[in-house]
Design a protein around this ligand. Structure first.
Ligand SMILES: [Zn+2]
Ligand SMILES: [Zn+2]
Length: 186
C-alpha cells in the first residue's frame, strides 16, 4: 500500500478511471481532543489512517479508517482510562460540485483536495461516546465530599442530595443525574 506523509490529497492528481480504486496510508501523529470539557490524547495504532479512494461515475468516494487508543480521565471518577476506538468515515466528492448544495459537501473537501487528517480526526470524534467512562456503571465522585464512590461509600449523599436531583428521581429520571456529579452543566 502506498504511504504518504502528506496530510491532504488532490483527487484530480489520481489516475483513476470510473470503477477503479486506490489505497494509501496516511501517517497521523498523536493529538489531543476535548470531550465533555476534558482533554484526551488520541494515539493512532499501526501506521495511521487507511484511505481508500474509489472513482465512481459521478465523483469520488473517499473512505478513511483508523484504530486508535484514547487516553484521559474518566468523566465521572477522573481515574485514568484507555478507550479503544475504530473510526471509519466515508465522504462523497462530486465531480460537478457546482450542481450541489454547499451544505451537502464535506467541510474537509475543498476544490477536490481532501483534508485526510481533518477527516480522520472527525471520524475518531464521531466514533467515541460523548463522555468517556472507566466503565459503564462507574459510580463517580461524591458531589459533596469528593470521595470516589467506586472505592468507598460515604454517608453524606443521602441527606444532602440536591433537591433538583430528588425531583428528577421522582420523575424516574435518576439515570440522567449520573453524569452530572462533577457539577458540569450539559
Ligand atoms: Zn470512572
Ligand atoms: Zn460523600
Amino acid at each position: 500500500m502506498a504511504r504518504t506523509t502528506s496530510p491532504s490529497l488532490d483527487l484530480r492528481e489520481l489516475p483513476l478511471n470510473s470503477g477503479e480504486r486506490t489505497e494509501r496510508v496516511v501517517a497521523i501523529e498523536p493529538y489531543p481532543i476535548f470531550l465533555g470539557g476534558q482533554r484526551y490524547q488520541v494515539v493512532p495504532q499501526g501506521e495511521g489512517a487507511e484511505v481508500v479512494i474509489e472513482r465512481l461515475s459521478g465523483g469520488y468516494l473517499v473512505t478513511v479508517a483508523m484504530e486508535a487508543s484514547v487516553f484521559g480521565a474518566c468523566y465521572r471518577c477522573l481515574r485514568e482510562l484507555e478507550q479503544q476506538v475504530e473510526a471509519r468515515q466515508q465522504e462523497f466528492v462530486p465531480s460537478n460540485p457546482e450542481k450541489w448544495d454547499e451544505d451537502d459537501i464535506s467541510p474537509f473537501i475543498d476544490d477536490f483536495v481532501v483534508d485526510l487528517v481533518g477527516l480522520t480526526r472527525e471520524a475518531v470524534i464521531l466514533a467515541l461516546p460523548e463522555k468517556l467512562l472507566c466503565r459503564e456503571d462507574c459510580l463517580g465522585l461524591c458531589p459533596h465530599c469528593g470521595k470516589d464512590r467506586n472505592l468507598d461509600e460515604c454517608s453524606c449523599e443521602v441527606e444532602q442530595l440536591d433537591p433538583r436531583w430528588e425531583k428528577l428521581k421522582e420523575l424516574g429520571l435518576s439515570e440522567a443525574t449520573g453524569d452530572n456529579v462533577l457539577g458540569v452543566e450539559d
